[in-house]
Design a protein around this ligand. Structure first.
Ligand SMILES: Nc1nc2c(ncn2[C@@H]2O[C@H](COP(=O)(O)OP(=O)(O)OP(=O)(O)O)[C@@H](O)[C@H]2O)c(=O)[nH]1
Ligand SMILES: [Mg+2]
Length: 337
């Protein structure tokens, strides 16, 4: 075990209080610690993959990290027992700066946000064509977050054996967001209806990337990852017949290997935190409107009558596609406010 704390000997029962912790110049040297990828977090325990050796190590956050969160997708440094043997516990001693992160709101007042994943390349927003019913509000909020964080979004419509989802998808057709449809995933493995690989296009899009699946409970995220990732056995839950809602079967996020690439299954989210969205970053995903927005009043929210985007003459010049995209942009900006 690396030499980390000289006060933690077997005979010492009382740990020094926080205030008497060693000052930074005396802190342990972590330069020899090992880099790992966090692939699961469950009640304070993290599963970390040491990519160089393929070992999965269970670790706890070191006290020195304080309030710093450790989430799936984080690149961390591990110290202590990194053998990965059953019963051993390593320590997460540092978390590398994140390129992006997603959080969900914990309570209905939407004040408390809990980080769920970090360092992702793509966001797959999963809705079911039916059971549970898809909701535009959810998709719009997820899209806003993706655009704000610079994460490529895509839409996956599951359960298209129960409905085609076309009506629901209309507002997203002109967004240049890829849409994938899946059906009868729950019976696919047994069904002889499926010749070849019905998920071929989706697999191609996911290969070599880190993709997070986000969606309401019961839309079929875990069902999907079980098919996409060999060796995954995520538990699957029924949708309640009376309420039409899922049962929140998955309780924590888990990254599963795609070889190459990762897919992250998350628990069904009710809502996202959109409090810190930067409208300018969202608009930058719609470059055709950047020019006209320069004529907006100072500090324009782009959700007000005097916004340049509302100019009647300007709107007359727009193609049908641009009109539809502008409508989407507006919906997203108001979803974020
Ligand atoms: N008809 C139909 N049912 C499906 C399909 N995919 C999944 N299901 C069913 O939908 C239900 C919910 O699936 P899960 O995979 O547990 O859903 P989830 O999104 O992981 O839910 P949470 O973990 O609660 O967030 C299960 O009964 C699945 O069998 C599909 O393509 N068609
Ligand atoms: Mg699940």
């Amino acid at each position: 075990m690396a030499k980390t704390r000289n006060y933690d000997g077997e005979n010492v029962r009382i740990r020094p209080s926080r205030s008497s912790r060693p000052r930074s110049k005396d802190r342990p040297d972590y330069s020899k610690s090992v880099t790992a990828l966090v692939i699961a977090v469950d009640r304070g325990r993290t599963s970390c993959l040491i990519e160089a050796s393929g070992t999965v190590v269970t670790a706890m956050k070191a006290r020195e990290l304080g309030k710093q969160s450790v989430v799936v997708g984080d690149l961390v440094k591990l110290d202590g027992d990194i053998s990965g043997d059953i019963g051993t516990l390593a320590r997460v001693v540092t978390v590398a700066p994140r390129k992006n992160e997603l959080s969900r709101t914990v309570d209905d007042s939407e004040k408390v946000e809990k980080r769920i994943v970090a360092n992702i390349d793509q966001m797959a927003i999963v809705v079911a064509a039916k059971n549970p019913e898809p909701r535009h509000g959810f998709v719009d909020r997820a899209l806003v977050i993706a655009f704000d964080q610079g994460i490529k979004p895509m839409l996956i419509v599951t359960k298209t054996d129960l409905g085609n989802g076309d009506e629901f998808l209309k507002p997203y057709e002109d967004l240049e967001v890829e849409i994938f449809k899946t059906k009868s995933l729950n019976t696919e493995a047994k069904s002889s209806l499926f010749k070849g690989d019905p998920l071929k296009n989706l697999r191609a899009e996911l290969t070599g990337k880190v993709t997070v699946l986000l969606g309401h409970s019961g839309v079929g995220k875990s069902t999907l990852v079980n098919i996409l990732s060999k060796g995954s056995a995520r538990e699957i839950g029924e949708v309640n017949d009376v309420t039409g809602r899922g049962r929140h079967t998955s309780s924590s996020a888990v990254a599963l290997e795609l070889n190459p690439g990762w897919i992250i299954d998350t628990p069904g989210v009710r809502s996202f935190g959109v409090a810190h969205i930067n409208p300018e970053r969202v608009i930058s995903s719609f470059p055709e409107f950047e020019q006209v927005i320069k004529h907006c009043p100072k500090n324009c929210s782009h959700d007000e009558a005097s916004c340049a985007l509302n100019d009647a003459n300007y709107n007359k010049t727009l193609s049908d596609k641009s009109k539809s995209r502008l409508e989407s942009l507006r919906r997203m900006l108001s979803a974020a406010s």
